[in-house]
Structure formats: C-alpha cells, structure tokens
Design a protein around this ligand. Structure first.
Ligand code: XIL
Length: 403
C-alpha cells in the first residue's frame, strides 16, 4: 500500500501533462484488483468500480500554474465541479458581458479526461452573491428576464457536457429557516425557485437538476424541516427537480453531523423519489494536537458511509482535493487541512478512509446479468433490514442470492 505519490509516478504524470495528454485509465479493473492485499487503485478507479460519482471542486488557474494539480485531479476523480468559474458574478458580470474563458478551460479539461461535470451554480440565492445589475431589478418582468437569459444561455452552452446542475444554491438564509431575501423573492415570490428549474430543464432536458444547501445534514432541526418542506413543495408542484445536494462542510468538533444523521436526511429525500449527493465535503480540523488526521479519517469514513449505504446517493464531491488550495484558508485562516491530499499531494488518512468507505458499496451488476439487479436489490434490502434489526421482506418464492 503506498502512502503518497512516488516521484516516478509524479514525473510520468508531469510528462503527460507537458504533452497535453491527460492520464487515461488504461487498466480494466475488477473489484478484486482494488481489494486484494497491496492493491493500488486510485479513488477514481474505486469510484468507477462501485458506480459512484466522486468529484472535486477545481479552478482552471491551478491547472495552468501547478504541474501536479491537473494530473492528480484527473487520476483520482471521475467528476469535477468548477469551484467559482460558473457563478453569476464571475461568468456574467454585466447584462451583455459573458466571461466564459475559465469555465470553458475547465470543461475542456474534464471532457478530455473523461470526467463528468457538476455545474455550480445557476442562481446562488444569497443576495451578496448576485451581481448588482440583477439585484437592481425593479419588476417581476425584469427579474424574470435576467434569470431566463442567464440560465438559458449557460445551460444551453454546456448542454451535453455538464450533466448535473445546482440550479439554486443555498435557498435558505444563512443559519435560518426562511428563504433568503433576494431580488427574486421580492419581485417574483417563492415561485422563483421552481421557475429557475423550469428554465434549466427547457435548456437541457437531459441534465440532472439539483437544489443544493448547506447545514441541512441533521434531521429534526427547524432548518432541516424548512428545507424538506421547500423540496417537497417543489416535487408536489411537478417542478423538474432530480435531486438534493448536501454541501457537508464540516468544522470539527463544532459542525460535525454524524453519518447516521446524514443517512437519515438522505433517506427522507430519497423517499420523495429524489437522488441525493454530497456536493461540497470538507472537514476542517480545529484541533491542533493529538491524532487529528486519524480523527479526520474517521469522520470521512462515517459521512461517506452514509452515501454508500443509501441507494439513492449518486456521489460525493469534495470542495477541493489538496490542502494546498482550500477556501477555508481564506474563510477561517490556514491550517484546518480539510481535504484528502496534503499540501504536497500526499495521500492522507482521509484518502484511505474514503477508498475503504467507497469499497463498501455493492459492485455494479455485470452487463447482461439478468438476475444481478434483482439479487442486488435483495441483498441491499437484506442488509438494510439487518441494520434496522428486522428480517428482510422477500418476494414470495425467491431466495436471496449473494453476489
Ligand atoms: C466558495 C469558494 O470556495 C470560494 O473560493 C469563494 O470565494 C466563495 O465561495 N458553499 C458553496 C460554494 O456553495 O460555492 C462556496 O464556494 C463554499 C460554500
């Protein structure tokens, strides 16, 4: 088992990057290849094997400036989220000004590397995150026109390449249980959220459309209830929403939902027929002594385990991947070390915890294996029931087939 990227691998990746080629997964792997003693799979290889999206937020500038950044990203993740380049003020700073360059660079990078792309985000509800010209709309018609132009242009431009969008980000006021007060709420009313989804759906009917929120990982809080009611209202109204994103920004030990709580939260939305994802996970460690990286690894295992156990959970995205570049440095000061790679791209205990947690997901059934989906459902059902301490309900006359 290796504990960091060796210089030989780094040099090879560097050479590939210099040639403009991205590392392709040449190996055809089986589950055993990644579970055998001494196995050496990347997170991407493991995620592909178990059929989960595994992503990282990224910035095009680092791909250009840091020779290890792009190759590590492409080797370790099968999905990418532009961290800032698609946000309204960055990409559309004035009504007739579009700044597509940085986002295009990332989309091209991910496409060349065979990675999926999460589009983040069409409408960040926090009024501080909307450009001044949008915030200045003085009628519902004007607000609707800005929204339609922005969403239709962006989703249309990247149709077929960005497969999933955070249509609205952080609809709830920071720490609160009411909608953010912004120009869309003021001019259009709460229906603006559903309208944003309709616009995105019309621009790319094949895209997966998500509502993304922070600090809603704990059922039972008034904030969770407000978010749930909002989502249920959208579903009941026939809004084309496909899923819910749990940002999962943790700050140990102060903001630290358990995996069991996140699993519960995910199941509530799965029961509405929605997909769920962890969309922005990082685990800032305020502890300065003790085995802080070991503790961090346990938290990673616990939270990722929630996604792995919930069939409706489609993936996990980290907000960055190396402690060399994390938004927490600017937000809270340096040293919180929230990500699975250290500042030198070495694999941290959190990397190994992620790999092991992912491996607990059932393998995808082999193509053409007619009985495999049924068997998988039965085994999953049996496992869930065992966890709940009751016998699985089996269809009459069918046996559980372990696969
Ligand atoms: C953050 C970026 O990481 C920073 O670089 C930027 O300065 C501010 O936004 N929730 C979100 C993300 O939905 O878009 C935020 O990203 C982090 C919190």
């Amino acid at each position: 088992m290796r504990t960091g990227r060796g210089p030989g691998v780094a040099a090879a990746l560097l050479a590939l990057a210099a040639l403009g080629a991205l590392p392709e997964r040449a190996r055809a792997l089986s589950l055993a290849d990644c579970t055998a003693p001494g196995a050496d799979c990347t997170l991407r290889e493991v995620a592909d094997l178990v059929g989960l999206r595994l992503g990282a937020a990224a910035a095009s500038g680092y791909i250009a400036s840091d020779p290890l950044y792009g190759p590590t990203l492409a080797a370790e993740f099968n999905s990418l989220t532009p961290e800032n380049h698609l946000k309204w003020p960055q990409i559309h700073p004035a009504p007739d000004t579009w700044n597509f360059g940085p986002a295009d660079a990332l989309v091209d990078f991910a496409t060349a590397a065979g990675m999926r792309i999460r589009g983040h985000t069409l409408l960040w509800a926090n009024p501080d995150r909307l450009p001044a010209y949008v915030a200045g709309a003085t009628s519902a018609a004007e607000a609707r026109a800005y929204m339609a132009d922005h969403i239709t242009t962006l989703v249309g431009r990247y149709a077929g390449r960005i497969d999933t969008w955070d249509v609205v980000n952080e609809p709830l006021e920071n720490l609160g249980d009411v909608l953010f007060d912004n120009v869309f709420l003021d001019q259009i009313g709460p229906g603006y959220i559903g309208e944003a989804f309709q616009l995105a759906h019309a621009a790319d009917p094949t895209a997966r459309l998500f509502l993304n929120e922070v600090l809603v990982e704990i059922p039972g809080s008034s904030r969770f209830d407000a978010f749930y009611d909002l989502v249920k209202g959208l579903v009941d109204a026939g809004v084309p929403i496909d899923g819910v994103g749990f940002q999962t920004h943790l700050l140990s030990p102060f903001i630290q939902p358990t995996g069991a709580q996140l699993e519960d939260a995910m199941r509530r939305f799965a029961d509405l027929g929605l997909g769920v994802e962890i969309t922005e996970m990082d685990v800032g460690m305020t502890q300065t002594a003790g085995d802080r990286l070991g503790l961090q690894a346990q938290i990673y295992a616990d939270l990722i385990g929630a996604c792995v156990r919930v069939a409706a959970c489609e993936g996990i995205t980290f907000w960055g991947f190396t402690d060399r570049y994390t938004w927490l440095d600017a937000a809270f000061g340096p040293g919180l070390d929230p990500l699975p790679f250290d500042v030198d791209y070495g694999r941290k205990p959190a990397w190994f915890a992620t790999r092991d947690a992912l491996l607990a997901r059932l393998p995808e059934p082999a193509p053409g294996a007619l009985l495999a989906p049924l068997a998988a459902a039965l085994v999953l059902g049996a496992r869930r029931s065992r966890r709940r301490g009751r016998a699985p309900a089996l269809p009459a006359g069918r046996a559980v087939v372990e696969i």
